[in-house]
Design a protein around this ligand. Structure first.
Ligand SMILES: [Zn+2]
Ligand SMILES: [Zn+2]
Length: 265
């Protein structure tokens, strides 16, 4: 399997040494590892440490790829945080480098990252908070094309304080159908992010949403741990592989040179 979502020390919120990550992935028997460090333009409470020098990142990742080429496939990816007003500048940066893989994620809604809690203050209900989040994914999908998969649909679940932190298909079917149909129509994919297993007990998105994606004809699915530390690489991958197989998926994808490559489950 490939872990298509890990953060090296190039990301401001990760201190994972890229060589250690590769060696960990080799020891786990992975076929490949995609580094997807953060590009979140106009991130609120901006901290300089979140600014990646992409020239440096580009040459570092090419070098890493070569050094490990006989043992594991290293992929040069990026996780772009989309907000409506950063779309053009994000697009320019993505076009400036030959990335293998681009994840589009929503981390900031109306200038607030749910990570900090303030986002939830003026939302009277879970429905209001989650709907606003899903509408931003839909906006990104309708206005930005330069990506391969939508990252962690349900990111907001990690940081809400509701007793029930689930984002169920049945509760948000209109938004989710629009998102999933849009993804399929554009020939893009979704990722299943196993970081949810660590704190929520389920993947992000949850399996009912992945099931609906399959029903609608969705075929491209990548698996990512969102690891910021070596011990989280490929977290619960055997479990998710089994779950995807049970949902009827025959293949899991990863991206090389911005094209999906399918591996049989
Ligand atoms: Zn993310
Ligand atoms: Zn991430």
């Amino acid at each position: 399997m490939f872990d298509s979502h890990v953060h090296s020390s190039f990301s401001g919120d990760s201190e994972m040494n890229a060589d250690i990550a590769c060696n960990t992935a080799i020891n786990l028997g992975l076929n490949g590892l995609a580094f997807t460090d953060h590009l979140d333009l106009d991130y609120p409470n901006f901290d300089i440490k979140f600014l990646i020098d992409f020239d440096e990142y580009d040459s570092f990742m090419d070098n890493l790829k070569n050094r490990f080429s006989s043992k594991i496939r290293v992929l040069k990816g990026i996780e772009v945080g989309i907000q409506p007003h950063v779309i053009d500048d994000t697009n320019k940066i993505v076009n400036s480098y030959n990335f293998d893989f681009v994840i589009a994620s929503i981390h900031v809604i109306d200038g607030l990252d749910p990570y900090y809690g303030e986002y939830f203050k003026d939302k009277p209900s879970k429905n209001a908070a989650f709907s606003r989040y899903l509408s931003e994914i839909l906006f990104a999908l309708n206005n930005y094309d330069n990506f391969d998969v939508i990252g962690h649909i349900g990111y907001i679940r990690r940081y809400c304080s509701y007793e029930d932190k689930s984002l169920r298909y049945s509760e948000f079917c209109d938004y989710l159908d629009s998102i999933l149909k849009g993804v399929i129509l554009k020939g893009k994919g979704i990722e299943v992010n196993t970081s949810g297993f660590r704190t929520l007990g389920t993947p992000i998105p949850d399996l009912d949403i992945i099931k609906r994606y399959k029903e609608l004809g969705g075929e491209i699915i990548t698996t990512g741990s969102d690891a910021h530390a070596p011990e989280h690489i490929a977290f619960n991958f055997e479990e998710i592989k089994k779950a995807l197989s049970e949902l009827g998926f025959k293949y899991i994808a990863h991206y090389e040179d911005r094209k999906p490559v399918f591996e049989k489950i």
